[in-house]
Design a protein around this ligand. Sequence first.
Ligand code: ATP
Ligand code: MG
Length: 425
Amino acid sequence: MSKKANTFQTPIGTRDLLPGESARWEAVVEVFSSVASRSGFALVDTPLFEDIGVFSRIGEGTDVVGKEMYEFHDRSERHMALRPEGTAAICRSFVQHRPPVPWKVYYRGPYFRYEAPQAGRFRQFHQFGIESIGSDDPDIDVEVIALGWNVLQSVGLKQVNLLLNSMGDANTRKQYQQSLGDFLEGRVLDLDEEDRSKVASHPLRVLDSKRRATQSVIAQAPLIEEFLDGDAKAHFERVQEGLNALNIPFTIEPKLVRGLDYYTHTTFEFQSQALESAQNTVCGGGRYNGLIEELGGPPTPGIGFGMGIERLLLACDAEGSFPDPPPKTQVWVVDVTDGSSARDLTQLLRADGVVADRSFDGRSMRSQIRSADRSGAQLALIIGEQELEEATISIRMLRDSAADQIVVPREEVVSQVRQLLGLDS
Ligand code: ATP
Ligand code: MG
């Protein structure tokens, strides 16, 4: 009996990013990085795994910590976790390095949650996000939300709603938690079974529930706005005033408490109306004025958001925006002699900033021209026996059927190519 070799697949909830889609992926990351750096945010890259304590601070009662964390003991019995989100790690980094404030940083990369995979929900997913640490100024809330808005605008999304809420301070939260807990206690049997156990210990988490029975109970729950004090109200009003001034439309959603425990004051989400409601949040964020202290730092306010890259691209697909970028290849070198010209010319062109490629394996002229066509290149540089002999190159305009093929001296080819591609203007 012949033994069949094992083949392997990507683990459940993960996927390969392949060449057909990776250019768009890179383009969307580039949009984000440039929007963020234009607003004075600088890249921070933290490890993919950390001491689990970094993340357990974000909320014992949350799904992210309770059910979804990829935790493991390393070979020295350290209790670690693959990072499930960005904010706690950035705050850990802030406490470790104590940079001057305001510390305005952005991040992008893979995050890990043990979730039930479905459209727009993966176990390894990707986020980009920003954090602005060190100031309580409500205008920073506006800057952060506006940055998220700018990213969504830059990828051409039109059907997004900004939902906004204020959680007040720790005291507000405590009082509201009490009142909400009492209310839910009285209706516990009407809640979805899955949510009942949260009522006593983490009533706020019940508000995040997407389960129908629970939703109809929380529609009647007390609202946090009744518990906001004067300072919290003033902060929230200034945020709204700023969004209005910048013409960023929003809806106040008093039940928006977000899935993590660290939020205070402003919380917000951008939701896509083009996606199913189970995964329509493309971006979520808010203020976390207690988190840095929890992580052993001095009391320091902060605000940020995380945006799901897969979700963002799904929303783009649903709206038909942000199409694949055009191919990058500009020049294809077609060498039907022994390949030496292709070898040398591609290198020369690339060194001069031209995106150049070629065929291998001594293919026929026809086959090489076909590859040139498929690559999206504007120009084919053709070297046959005659060109070789005369030290010339024939340049064919692949996208312009009216244009002739021109012949140029070999030593002028780079400058000719740059000119034809309009790289020097
Ligand atoms: P959801 O309610 O959809 O589970 P969340 O509140 O858990 O989202 P956050 O922790 O705020 O999400 O993460 C920020 C963003 O990251 C989300 O708005 C979403 O776009 C994306 N995201 C979160 N979890 C996943 C996942 N498992 N797969 C893909 N994207 C995700
Ligand atoms: Mg979640």
